[in-house]
Design a protein around this ligand. Structure first.
Ligand SMILES: [Zn+2]
Length: 84
């Protein structure tokens, strides 16, 4: 099952949920890192609306990639995440 938009990196300046086909404004930033391909100091970020936050967190948590979830207001600049 493909939960996530794959070829749709977050456009600069737009904070739209990373959930597949979801047009909602993101309220959460999910910080994650795949230790196999990212150095430890890097944080990839997925954006999530209230509806998709739990789905996306679970996706990352199951793979051991999830670090933390923060409000989008707490994101400074970020590195939009491609699929792990
Ligand atoms: Zn959403």
């Amino acid at each position: 099952m493909d939960l996530l938009a794959s070829a749709d990196p977050v456009a600069e300046g737009e904070l739209i949920c990373s959930g597949k086909g979801c047009p909602q404004e993101a309220r959460w930033g999910l910080l994650w890192n795949n230790p196999k391909i990212h150095t430890p100091e890097r944080n990839k970020v997925w954006l999530a609306c209230d509806d998709h936050r739990a789905h996306l967190e679970e996706f990352l948590r199951l793979r051991g990639f999830l670090r933390q979830t923060v409000p989008v207001a707490a994101l400074d600049r970020f590195d939009p995440g491609e699929r792990p």
